[in-house]
Design a protein around this ligand. Structure first.
Ligand SMILES: Cc1cc2nc3c(=O)[nH]c(=O)nc-3n(C[C@H](O)[C@H](O)[C@H](O)COP(=O)(O)OP(=O)(O)OC[C@H]3O[C@@H](n4cnc5c(N)ncnc54)[C@H](O)[C@@H]3O)c2cc1C
Length: 466
């Protein structure tokens, strides 16, 4: 049996990419951006596109794509995690306009990649949110569709598929139906990062790798070997943040992914997914998959929050974690047969205390930040970066007027997480009750006393952290 590579499958596309020398001077710039993931690079891209004379430097602690941007599941979702929290008090028309903006964001990524000549395997095949292992999943997915419609997503974008309709798209274990969300694409994050970094260099943006910022102080950011003084500092460190300013506001949560070797034509014939939709099973223990352009299955499932968690720098995951994901994949697609896992890796995503993404600018202090994507940041980082760039340039656009864009002091707009051990206890409680609920539902056991009790326990844990 071959041992899976302990690296992100996407990182292959970054091998041999041009290196960007560390910062070794005391420089001046108009804007300095901390973090070389999607958020940092897209912010630089939109600032430079909208204001070509702007002098921009990007400082990355390790290498471009070291963080979640180089390790994710490759879904570009036309929605936002925690969107409902941004929409309180909005009318139906306003909600619909904001959901249209989120859908357009996915198309804008595709159009920008085409315009810039970046081939990142972008493919808009939609997303299947399936009920495909046990009957109780159908109600969960139908509820999810109602939730999407109540948020303001369009009915034509959120189609309910019967079991028969689902079978024409993919052959899951026990199809009961699915929500098909049209506004979702898949892409190759490594190719995107490499192409975008190259494009930024061509445009005249200066990138520095191996340049961890250890201090931000009054318009000056400092590394061990240099500094940049700028009118605006953008902190784009998300779940990999090491800066004290944001540490109490974003917790690092891990998620783990596997990739298979390319499947045979017979295997694809057996399981479908011909139009390469992304797919997720209805489960509180979130999972996500898609068919890559080179014919692999990429499949991830939410990891956990360890006590006093720090960002996960290593990519390797345990053989038990790989085996669990492989078994779940094979139970979703029993006709898949034996598959060889080529890669298994993990990364860290950022969860804000208000459970919703943000783009915040404090013009008085000359500092801004974006993030809190809660594991749905591939498309959201593009939207937040574009919105933030427009806000920095004082443009008035539908994006700068969106509720996730705010002006003011970062630490007063971002809620603080509870101290440990409360965070860990809350996370542990939620994980355990979710796992128990999943086990009961999967065994089709609706124990009259136990099931509602677990549901109430889940709600209690969730309300404790509201
Ligand atoms: C396993 C996994 C699967 C995921 N799957 C999906 C998915 O399918 N779809 C989706 O929408 N989202 C997904 N996500 C989330 C998504 O990848 C992230 O939300 C997104 O990539 C965040 O981009 P970012 O640029 O904000 O942060 P990151 O990509 O994490 O980049 C932050 C960068 O900041 C750098 N940095 C940190 N501190 C400093 C410092 N002091 N000085 C200089 N640099 C610093 C880090 O080295 C890092 O490179 C997933 C995340 C993980 C971990």
């Amino acid at each position: 049996m071959t041992t899976p590579s302990p690296t992100s499958f996407w990182s292959g596309a970054l091998e041999g990419a041009p290196h960007h020398p560390p910062l070794e001077t005391h420089a001046k710039a108009d804007v300095v951006i901390i973090g070389g993931g999607f958020s940092g690079l897209w912010t630089a891209y939109y600032l430079k596109t909208l204001s070509p004379d702007m002098d921009i430097r990007v400082l990355e602690a390790r290498h471009v794509g070291h963080g979640a941007s180089g390790r994710n599941g490759g879904w570009a979702i036309g929605s936002l995690a925690g969107l409902g929290r941004h929409l309180t008090g909005h009318s139906t028309e306003q909600r619909q306009a904001l959901c249209d903006l989120l859908a357009d964001n996915v198309d804008a990524i595709g159009a920008t990649l085409t315009q810039e000549g970046i081939d990142a395997d972008f493919h808009k095949g939609g997303a299947l949110y399936v009920a495909a292992r046990y009957p109780a999943q159908e109600a969960l997915q139908r509820d999810y569709r109602e939730h999407m419609l109540a948020l303001g997503h369009r009915a034509e974008d959120c189609q309910w598929l019967t079991a028969e309709e689902l079978e024409t798209k993919a052959r899951f274990q026990r199809p009961f139906g699915a929500l098909f969300h049209r506004q979702v694409a898949s892409l190759h994050p490594g190719k995107l990062l490499r192409g975008l970094a190259q494009r930024l260099t061509d445009m005249g943006v200066t990138l520095h790798e191996h340049s961890p910022v250890d201090q931000i102080d009054g318009g000056r950011v400092t590394t061990s070997r240099g500094s940049v003084t700028a009118a605006m500092t953008v902190v784009a460190t998300e779940g990999y943040n090491t800066l004290p300013q944001l540490r109490p506001h974003l917790v690092p949560v891990s998620s783990l992914v596997i990739a298979t070797e390319p499947l045979s034509a017979a295997q694809w014939e057996a399981i479908g997914l011909h139009d390469r939709p992304t797919f997720a099973d209805a489960s509180r223990l979130i999972n996500y998959g898609h068919r890559s352009r080179d014919g692999r299955l990429i499949f991830g499932a939410r990891g956990h929050y360890p006590y006093k968690a720090l960002p996960r720098h290593q990519t390797a995951i345990s053989s038990a974690d790989i085996a669990m994901r492989k078994a779940l994949l094979q139970s979703l697609f029993p006709d898949l047969g034996e598959v060889t896992i080529s890669h298994g890796w993990g990364g860290t995503l950022g969860l804000s205390r208000s459970f919703r993404p943000h783009a915040i600018m404090d013009r008085r202090e000359g500092i801004a930040t974006l993030g809190g994507y809660a594991g749905e940041g591939v498309a959201a980082s593009h939207l937040m970066a574009r919105s933030l760039a427009e806000r920095i340039l004082t443009l008035d656009t539908p994006r700068t007027r969106a509720p996730w864009v705010c002006d003011g002091a970062l630490t007063s707009l971002l809620k603080r997480w509870e101290p440990e051990p409360l965070r860990w206890l809350g996370a542990k409680g939620i994980t355990l009750t979710y796992a128990a609920e999943e086990a009961l539902l999967a065994r089709q056991r609706h124990l009259p006393l136990v099931s509602p009790a677990l549901a109430r326990l889940n709600d209690t844990f969730a309300s404790l952290i509201e």
